[in-house]
Design a protein around this ligand. Structure first.
Ligand code: ATP
Length: 456
């Protein structure tokens, strides 16, 4: 068993998120609503970037997947077929420690059979939020807010196959809100009642499912590492056969070492043909796939990598957070991968003087066409660097009075704090290269190193 513990406390992340406008409590002025969160100006950028990075890796850069965006409200029969209606209407208790839910009428002792933890009060509990479609609040008008995005992809499988003329293996990917009336919420945005998912349903020929299951759990593990999560903070956990959900043949979780311990970031399941078989049975429609190569009809198997946007975002925040000695002080830095950083570049004119502002604004306006850029001209330059470090801005561009003479500006890198001075005509191209990973000390024509680390 590893002795590792998280390098940051949840309090620090919650406080930074609140202070700098990443995440607020929902309905805060009314005392908040438990299990719901609002993303502030920086949080919404970070969240968009997490989803964009996922979309790029799972749809944009692949030949074998397509995107989809399905509705949150679906026909109630969907939840009958999926098992969500029956599965969640028992008297339930939940373990306060490991969050396993148990049918209270089946428990032999008043403690969690899995870990021995304390149990919540018994409730007749269906995890799905219920509402009514249309003006009449009658039983036949009951609809549910989806507890996962997956079902929208299963029921559209035929539509996608028929309209895209794709062959298997084929993945359908979507991001979107899901709702679960969790008995216990907590650990900041880790477990909420309204959250966002990023799910792929990957349809394969039966018999090839194991091979694709192996592929996908590795692929998804590597995605987090590519985006900067430290390998030692990630691990894979395979669910033992006897604890698998009724639909799963195998399931492996990607776990992250959160401040509250190792916990699921994403689950990758081999669902066999359970979903298409169920929907075919309940809808009465054939969901068979005709394989042109082998001239066979069959129900595809499904591999499902299912990730949480909010959980990933929390992991990216925890892993990026650092407190580093800086002269006599400590600087707080978010070492976000540039692809995730909410602001890519800060433009900092040395003073508010009009001639400097007039010179700087066109540079700002040019860069913001391409990136999320922030213009900041208040307080000392050192304070401004610190503010940008704390929200993870990879590069600051400082414009000073010398710039008016020599048409050059200073580019300062967040992580190394190195500074280079380069011609404005080279700025855009240089930033493009730096954001793509080029060393700050590689200079464009006419550039020079002006300051080494720690001498700000
Ligand atoms: P947990 O065991 O933590 O409740 P789960 O196994 O029920 O999670 P899945 O049904 O596999 O979760 O959902 C896939 C992903 O959706 C999870 O890995 C997680 O990232 C995210 N997710 C699920 N429930 C929540 C929630 N209540 N709040 C935030 N994210 C969630």
């Amino acid at each position: 068993m590893t002795e590792l513990s998280s390098t940051v406390s949840m309090d620090k992340i919650v406080s930074l998120a609140r202070r700098r406008g990443f995440i607020f409590q929902s309905s805060e002025i009314y005392g908040g609503l438990s299990g719901c969160w609002d993303y502030g100006p920086l949080g919404v950028e970070l969240k968009r970037n997490v989803k964009q990075a996922w979309w790029q890796a799972t749809v944009q850069e692949r030949d074998d997947t397509v995107g989809l965006d399905t509705s949150i409200l679906m026909h109630p029969k969907v939840w009958e077929a999926s098992g969500h209606l029956q599965g969640f209407s028992d008297p339930l208790v939940e373990c306060k420690n490991c969050h396993m839910r148990w049918r209270s009428d089946e428990l032999k002792e008043p403690k969690c059979p899995s870990c021995g933890g304390e149990l919540t009060e018994e409730k007749m509990f269906n995890l799905m939020f219920k509402t009514f479609a249309g003006p009449v609040e009658s039983v036949e008008n009951i609809v549910y807010l989806r507890p996962e995005t997956a079902q929208g992809m299963f029921v559209n499988f035929q539509n996608v196959i028929n309209t895209t003329r794709r062959k298997l293996p084929l993945g359908i990917a979507q991001t979107g809100k899901s709702f679960r009336n969790e008995i216990t919420t907590g650990n900041f945005i880790f477990r909420s009642r309204e959250f966002e998912q990023m799910e792929i349903e990957y349809f394969v020929k039966p018999g090839t499912d194991e091979q694709w299951f192996e592929y996908w759990h590795q692929e998804r593990f590597n995605w987090y590492i590519k985006l900067g999560i430290k390998k030692e903070h990630l691990r894979l956990y395979e669910h033992p056969k006897e604890k698998l959900a009724h639909y799963a043949r195998r399931c492996i979780d990607v776990e992250y070492l959160f401040p509250h311990g190792w916990a699921e970031l994403e689950g990758i399941a081999n669902r066999g043909d359970y979903d298409l078989r169920q929907h075919s049975k309940v809808s009465g429609k054939s969901l068979d796939y005709y394989d042109d190569d082998t001239k066979e009809h069959y129900l595809p198997n499904i591999i499902e990598p299912s990730a949480g946007v909010d959980r990933s975002l929390l992991a990216f925040m925890c892993d990026a957070y650092a407190e580093e000695p800086d002269k006599d002080e400590t600087r707080v830095v978010m070492h976000f991968n540039p692809a995730l950083a909410p602001i890519k570049i800060a433009i900092l004119p040395l003073s508010k003087k009009e001639n400097l502002a007039a010179f700087t604004k066109p540079i700002f306006n040019d860069l913001r066409k391409q990136w999320a850029v922030q213009y900041d001209d208040t307080q000392s330059i050192g304070r401004r660097y610190r503010r940008q470090d704390e929200v993870g801005t990879p590069y600051c561009v400082t414009v000073d009075f010398q710039s008016l003479e020599d048409n050059r500006v200073t580019v300062r890198e967040r992580d190394s704090m190195h500074q280079i001075r380069i011609p404005i005509v080279e700025l855009k191209k240089t930033l493009e290269k730096k954001l793509a990973g080029e060393d700050i000390l590689v200079l464009p024509p006419g550039g020079e190193v002006v300051q080494a680390k720690g001498k700000e």
